[in-house]
Design a protein around this ligand. Structure first.
Ligand SMILES: [Zn+2]
Length: 238
């Protein structure tokens, strides 16, 4: 038992460390001299990570993913239950960023001096925190309201997998349903910010339905009909 406990502590530390390393990857090119002092250069800015093959090399994500995933059964010092959802691995990783406060919303980018303001570019009416982006930005709030998911005023990103389920949605895999919606909200936000795409509520719900159908094969065979109920909910919310 002691060994298991120590192992769990180790994986907790690893998970936290890995998210932090990814988050703190340096932006500005630098070199180390013989005294191991970091010196800035005039080269063009680029992001790098200690997990790259070599300086400037590609990030090796497979090892990272395996190490982080090894924490899936640890106690809940951190909420890592997203690993048990039926969402695809990259969406599970997205959930990890949300729950660990590492999503690259503008307030987090501002802290790292990557952007010069925190205003939400979608609505222009509030700082873009993770909570604003996923829950309170007017479009996001409308999505949850149309789906019948009630959000408290004090809901936080850490509540992501504990939102109150409406009776109209099946209890099985509700965490996966929530991740699907959040992933689509994040994609819509990125489409707006980076490609000036304005997606209507109808288009959004149609995209959610496409994901629901695509993810159905990830559900246990006995629960595959759950995705049909999700599609019905998205149709009703259009
Ligand atoms: Zn907004």
């Amino acid at each position: 038992m002691a060994l298991e406990s120590n192992s769990n502590k180790t994986t907790t530390t690893l998970t936290t460390l890995l998210f932090k390393l990814l988050d703190d990857a340096p932006l500005r090119p630098c070199t180390r001299d013989k005294s191991n002092t970091i010196a800035l250069t005039d080269a063009e800015d680029r992001r790098s990570t200690p997990f790259a093959v070599a300086d400037g090399g590609a990030l090796i994500t497979s090892g990272l993913y395996k190490m982080i995933k090894s924490s899936r059964d640890q106690p809940q010092q951190m909420d890592n239950s997203f690993w048990r959802s039926c969402a695809p691995p990259r969406i599970q990783f997205f959930a990890g960023l949300v729950l660990h406060g590492r999503l690259q919303c503008k307030t987090n980018l501002f802290k790292k001096k990557i952007v010069d303001n925190v205003t939400c570019e979608v609505c222009g009416g509030a700082p873009e925190t993770t909570e604003h982006l996923l829950f309170f930005c007017p479009f996001s709030a409308t999505v949850w309201q149309r789906l019948g998911v009630q959000l408290g005023e004090d809901v936080t990103a850490r509540d992501l997998l504990h939102l109150q389920r409406p009776e109209s949605l099946p209890p099985a895999h509700f965490d996966t349903f929530v991740l699907l919606c959040c992933w689509q909200l994040w994609k819509r936000r990125n489409g707006f910010v980076f490609r000036q795409e304005s997606m209507s509520l109808l288009q959004f719900m149609q995209n959610c339905k496409l994901d629901a159908r695509a993810w159905s094969c990830r559900l246990p065979r006995r629960d595959m009909s759950v995705s049909d109920l999700w599609c019905s909910a998205f149709s009703l919310a259009m």
